[in-house]
Design a protein. Structure first.
Length: 204
């Protein structure tokens, strides 16, 4: 933590990020993610910079808050991302695709599931590559939770985070939900937010 940045600047205490494992990356890093890497551990794991994670959650929340909930789509093919995505969607009131993303959802109007979002959130650009591909084709801006090894070429707003961990995904989506609600004036302060982070955690 640099001298000019104190703990109050973060959305939650640094310890909460750390105990949730938000910063724990992978043993590979992509060139795209290099600027979000804080250090490499002795066991070869790349550690993400939680200050940048925090900063990007704020940027993403600002972007999401500009849209009507009906214009937002959040997806997660990853098992541990499905509950946080459902919780985010239930509280925000947006569309969600937890689980398999049906090809054509964003590009084929004759599909029953077809939606026309104005912004899409992907839990992992690699696991959610079908949704990402269709968003790019349809020119829909993409917010993506990106781990140390992710390619970010088609992601407009990168949130550097461990996108494979159960508690990490819960904390990121919990924070996004809280911040969007504050920005929209639905709640006034953090203490008004009734959602418990445990409710966002996938069950083992």
């Amino acid at each position: 933590m640099s001298d000019n940045q104190n703990a109050q600047d973060l959305l939650i205490e640094e310890d909460v990020y750390l105990t949730s494992g938000v910063h724990i990356g992978t043993q590979q890093k992509s060139a795209d993610m290099k600027k979000f890497i804080f250090k490499i551990r002795s066991d070869g794991l790349y550690v993400l910079d939680i200050k940048k994670t925090d900063e990007r959650i704020k940027i993403a929340a600002n972007m999401i808050a500009k849209y009507d909930p009906s214009e937002i789509l959040v997806v997660s093919a990853r098992q541990y991302g499905q509950k946080p995505v459902r919780m985010f969607s239930n509280i925000i009131g947006c569309h969600a695709f937890p689980g398999r993303f049906v090809p054509g959802t964003l590009t084929n109007p004759s599909l029953n599931l077809y939606v026309e979002p104005r912004v899409i959130i992907v839990t992992d650009p690699a696991a959610d590559q079908q949704a990402l591909k269709e968003a790019v084709t349809s020119r829909i801006p993409v917010i993506g939770l990106c781990d140390a090894n992710n390619e970010t070429k088609y992601v407009d707003v990168v949130i550097p985070a461990n996108n494979k961990g159960r508690r990490s995904l819960a904390i990121v989506y919990w924070l996004l939900t809280r911040e969007v609600q504050k920005l929209k004036g639905i709640i006034e302060s953090n203490s008004d937010f009734k959602g418990d982070v445990k409710e966002f955690e996938a069950t083992l």
